[in-house]
Design a binder for this molecule. Structure first.
Ligand SMILES: NC(=O)c1ccc[n+]([C@@H]2O[C@H](COP(=O)([O-])OP(=O)(O)OC[C@H]3O[C@@H](n4cnc5c(N)ncnc54)[C@H](OP(=O)(O)O)[C@@H]3O)[C@@H](O)[C@H]2O)c1
Length: 270
């Protein structure tokens, strides 16, 4: 697929993987619509895109709101006349023991990560069907393997994987491509902004962000897989190994994952 004159919506594109995708797809000639919850952050990202000569609009939209997702699709159509690719990227994480977790936090993670993808897909699908375009789900290794103290996040990513597998099969004879992209640990703001048991943000990352894959590298993989119309990608060596081992020795993986995650700074379990 040539991206010249194609139109891409990236949800949650004011930081990290979403912003890197907006830049990567824009540099290939696509017109880009970005969403986020902060006008200031949207304007900063728009400035970065425009500096690269990318035609872009920003839409203030909360991924967890059905109405905002409808507005994002309508405003993109109004500005650019078509939608070819939707990148369901907006996401938040959490870290707390389930027994201590306020259920409103659980719901917020599901509403943003899972329902956000459902709503955006619902309102963009008619255009994507018409244009035989692509839908990208930015999932996670947690879409294949659960992590203790990340129950809501894991549930949201498993739900995304199931939803997009079903939808992919539903539209398979109608020319629509659906990619489930599962990054491993990627350097971004996700862990700084992760929610704690009471819904406050964690504030700092408990992991060494500089040792992780960069958001730009993840975006390059997503761009390439979209152009090749791949079904799924799993990123980082560690991520690939986790998915492989979990398929064949899930019981051993329970112990391995427990031990590994217990070593995180300020882990809520030992
Ligand atoms: N980083 C990793 O290690 C990793 C690994 C696997 C998968 N992922 C997935 O990658 C995606 C992007 O995360 P990231 O790592 O790039 O994190 P990030 O730097 O924190 O970026 C998250 C983006 O989502 C937006 N967002 C959050 N809640 C939103 C909402 N309710 N409505 C609209 N936008 C919202 C944020 O913008 P505002 O705050 O301005 O709204 C921000 O632009 C997520 O789906 C995440 O689950 C990340």
């Amino acid at each position: 697929m040539n991206l010249k004159d194609k139109v891409v919506i990236v949800t949650g594109a004011t930081s990290g993987i979403g912003e890197a995708c907006a830049l990567a797809f824009g540099k290939e000639g696509a017109k880009v619509a970005i969403t986020g919850r902060s006008q200031v952050k949207i304007d900063n990202t728009l400035h970065r895109l425009q500096q690269q000569g990318i035609t872009a609009i920003g839409i203030l939209a909360d991924a967890s709101s059905e109405e905002d997702n409808e507005k994002a699709a309508i405003e993109t159509l109004k500005a650019f006349g078509r939608i070819d690719i939707l990148i369901n990227n907006a996401g938040i994480s959490m870290r707390a023991l389930f027994e201590e977790l306020d259920l409103d936090v659980f719901k917020k993670v599901m509403d943003t990560n899972f329902y956000g993808s459902v709503y955006a897909t619902k309102y963009c699908l008619p255009e994507i069907l018409k244009n035989k375009g692509s839908i990208v789900a930015v999932s996670s290794i947690n879409g294949y393997r659960g992590t203790p103290a990340r129950t809501a996040y894991t549930a949201s990513k498993y739900a995304m994987n199931g939803f997009f597998e079903a939808l992919r099969t539903e539209v398979m004879k109608r020319g629509v491509h659906i990619l489930v992209a599962s990054p491993g640990f990627t350097s971004s703001n996700i862990r700084n902004n992760a929610l704690t048991a009471d819904g406050n943000t964690q504030g700092e990352s408990p992991r060494q962000e500089d040792k992780m894959m960069s958001a730009d590298t993840v975006a390059k993989h997503i761009l390439s897989a979209t152009l090749k119309r791949k079904r799924d990608i799993v990123l980082t060596g560690q991520g690939k190994l986790a998915v492989f081992l979990n398929k064949w020795i899930p019981g051993t993986m329970d112990s391995l994952v427990y031990k590994t995650m217990a070593k995180e700074k300020d882990s809520p379990f030992k």
